[in-house]
Design a protein around this ligand. Structure first.
Ligand SMILES: [Zn+2]
Ligand SMILES: [Zn+2]
Length: 747
């Protein structure tokens, strides 16, 4: 250790870079440093489906290969891609006792991950217990395309004025007048035809191929500034003064967006970058439109529906340090910002901020971490903050800023009605009446039913069996529209049957209601009303959901029905009635968060109606009329609901009182899935950790699944213990284990 400290004094940088992983060779390295013959070594993490070891491998590489680049290397009989996380110069004369292999190819021309992102990836791997390489992969826009997209960038043709013509035909003159200095070729040609080419041929115009600039497709700034209410001014002041992350708690329609825009504008004016995150871009067209209207070409819209080239170009603008406001979904949190001073998570309670595949990160955690690095401000905005966020705000871990009054319109009235069971009503008489009233007034209605398809069950009346998916423990859903039975778990589909496969009876009946059946019912009841349906079936085509929402906001339809896709972000003044169906299952507490989610759904849906001068109304159909969720929702009382529901969390010792980590096993047999979790549980027995389970989660796609839950108060300790025990655990190769730190749902 003494030698080490001495060396550290003499060669601090040398030691810092090499001691940890290559401690054994440090002394030689130092001793031989005077020798000129050095080799360039790279330490890297490998991409491999089963290689989940968080371990680096060392290779020889050409000198231009630096940290943050990807390389192709030999590994066993394969060639794998690796992410370089460290480089070092090494004396070629020293015999290591083993042979170093050489990098086959350096993939990137420059580093694709800068130091900040590399460190973020390493940190994320520790936080989520995910393989390091999966964290790096998550940060890049379809990584394999980064380089190829440089070569396949789409070009567009421009014409530029060069000469000074004296004699032109009238149409040629018209073209000449339109082109002020330069212009895009295609629209010009479309408008004027061959005279454009004649001008080019005569040499008055030259042409040039240029990289398509998506900014040119954006509209210019056009929004006139809204004047801020006194509440908004006060909230802004509190946010500016806050030295912690801010929980901006504001009822729907209280003007949170205007606050985000004001802060983003300040960031931009001060020469920084700003990031506004939304749960799903297609479902929040109004937010995107408002940001674009305010910032024009300074906006970058970044989400998964962009094609590879569009994505790459937007990515590049951020990487090149352009001063912009980025609006994007989850993946935008990983953009290579240079100087980020504001991160907004709008609708921070939304589940889509959590990634449900490797690495299972929550966008909020990444936002807080990056904000720490950039000294940026984080705003967590919602009308129904998640319990974790709100509890921290009350404990002053975050600064709580409230924005209570609605800018326009009053909060809608929420009414709970009970459909009659014996008549198998989909819609209660009060609901039907309210819809009719609304239609008579030429106002719009939204109806939410969180189940797609026509009916969830196809049952035989003779043998009483329902038709199941052949590879899952799930019932098949009837999709009458395409004459199919579909499994919503694995995607299996088969033609709709009319004969029971068990007893050959023809008496089959459909049970339950999905959005397709609801649509049928509505069309029958209100034959003159125009109806649109929005669910993942109707929105499966690209841009379809955007078109449906746009048509509805242009009042091309009277009724929009669909899954909870329609409850997000929609701000249409003439919607005065919102209806929520089938909420009871969530109220019966199938998961510790299900009641919270049901409350969010009612309040968020309520927020969609009556956002102008007309009073809005919400009808919730429920047989549990007296449930406290309804009582608090009717008063729009989030605080009251939070305090009441927290009692249940405390009794059950559920988050935010504790932390959870779920470990899922998937195996070809039930016994195998359960056994590996039992072994893990035994290894984890300790006084501070509670293990729940393992519980059987049934079969999906012929794989049996089981789950073990760890519950505890010290998340770091839980992670460390789990990581240690997982390292020692021998897992059958056919069994797959996945870890989810802070799981959002335990269904
Ligand atoms: Zn039958
Ligand atoms: Zn299935």
């Amino acid at each position: 250790m003494k030698t080490h400290s001495l060396l550290q004094k003499l060669y601090p940088s040398l030691l810092r870079d090499t001691w940890n992983s290559q401690g054994y060779s440090i002394f030689f390295l130092w001793y031989n440093k005077s020798t000129k013959n050095t080799m360039h070594l790279v330490h890297l993490y490998l991409e491999h489906r089963t290689l989940k070891l968080n371990q680096t491998y060392t290779y020889l590489a050409p000198h231009h290969c630096v940290k943050g680049m990807r390389v192709r290397v030999p590994f066993g009989a394969q060639n794998l891609v690796g992410f370089v996380v460290k480089t070092e110069e090494f004396n070629a004369d020293v015999d290591l006792g083993y042979e170093l292999k050489e990098v086959i190819e350096v993939i990137d021309e420059t580093a694709v991950l800068n130091d900040e992102l590399l460190n973020l990836g390493l940190w994320m791997a520790e936080e989520t217990l995910a393989p390091v390489v999966s964290c790096f992969q998550a940060m890049l826009p379809k990584l394999s395309n980064i380089r190829s997209s440089v070569k396949t960038i789409r070009l567009e043709r421009w014409v530029i004025k060069t000469g000074q013509p004296n004699k032109l035909s009238p149409t040629q003159q018209a073209v000449w007048d339109v082109v002020s200095h330069e212009s895009l070729y295609t629209p010009l040609k479309k408008r004027f035809g061959s005279p454009v080419d004649t001008l080019i041929k005569k040499g008055f115009l030259t042409t040039e191929e240029r990289e398509i600039d998506y900014r040119s497709q954006l509209k210019d700034k056009q929004e006139s500034y809204l004047s801020l209410s006194l509440d908004q001014v006060a909230a802004l002041k509190a946010i500016r003064q806050a030295d912690k992350a801010v929980c901006l708690f504001g009822t729907t329609g209280s003007g949170k967006t205007e606050i985000y825009l004001t802060l983003a504008e300040e960031a931009l004016k001060a020469g920084h970058q700003a990031l506004i995150l939304v749960p799903e871009i297609g479902l929040t067209p109004q937010m995107v439109a408002r940001v674009q209207a305010r910032f024009g070409q300074d906006v970058i819209v970044y989400h998964s529906h962009l094609n590879d080239t569009e994505r790459y170009l937007q990515y590049k603008r951020v990487r090149d340090g352009e001063k912009t406001v980025v609006v994007g979904t989850r993946s935008a949190i990983f953009l290579p910002f240079h100087d980020l001073s504001l991160i907004v998570l709008d609708e921070e309670h939304d589940n889509s901020y959590k990634q449900e595949s490797h690495p299972r990160y929550h966008t909020k955690d990444i936002a807080l971490k990056r904000a720490e690095t950039f000294k940026a401000k984080v705003i967590l905005g919602s009308a129904t903050p998640s319990f974790e966020t709100y509890a921290r705000a009350l404990k002053e871990v975050y600064t709580l800023v409230k924005l209570e009054a609605r800018v326009k319109g009053e909060l809608p009235k929420i009414q709970v009605v009970t459909p009659l069971r014996q008549q198998r009503q989909i819609l209660a008489p009060e609901t039907l009446k309210a819809i009719q009233t609304c239609l008579d007034l030429h106002q719009q209605v939204i109806i939410l039913l969180n189940r797609r398809g026509y009916a969830p069950i196809l049952q035989c009346l003779v043998c009483a069996k329902a038709i199941e998916c052949p590879s899952c423990d799930r019932l098949l859903n009837v999709h009458k529209e395409d004459n199919l039975l579909k499994c919503h778990s694995c995607g299996y589909q088969t033609p709709l049957v009319h004969v029971c496969p068990h007893c050959q009876s023809t008496q089959l009946r459909m049970l339950g209601v999905g959005t397709q059946r609801l649509e049928e019912e509505i069309r029958q009841r209100f034959p003159t009303a125009k109806v649109l349906r929005l669910d993942s079936d109707s929105a499966s085509k690209k841009n379809a959901h955007g078109q449906i929402l746009e048509a509805f906001s242009n009042h091309e339809a009277d009724i929009l029905l669909g899954t909870q896709m329609i409850a997000k972000g929609l701000d249409i003044p003439s919607v005065t009635l919102s209806i929520i169906l089938e909420i009871d299952q969530s109220l019966l507490r199938s998961d510790y968060r299900s009641v919270e989610e049901a409350f969010d759904l009612v309040v968020q849906t309520a927020g969609r109606s009556g956002r102008s001068d007309q009073m809005g109304k919400v009808i919730v159909q429920s047989r549990l009329e007296d449930h406290y969720v309804h009582q608090f929702a009717k008063k729009h009382d989030f605080d009251g609901f939070f305090r009441y529901e927290m009692n249940f969390r405390k009794v059950g010792q559920n988050p935010p009182y504790t932390y959870l980590i779920s470990i899922n096993a998937s195996a070809p047999s039930q016994a195998l899935a359960a056994q590996v979790l039992y072994t893990l549980m035994e290894a984890l027995q300790s006084s501070t950790l509670t293990c729940l389970g393992p519980s059987d989660l049934g079969k999906v796609q012929n794989h049996y699944r089981a789950r073990l839950i760890l519950k505890g108060k010290d998340l770091n300790q839980m992670r460390m213990m789990l990581q240690e025990k997982l390292g020692q655990l021998s897992v059958h190769p056919s069994c797959e284990l996945t870890v989810d730190v802070n799981p959002r749902s335990l269904f």
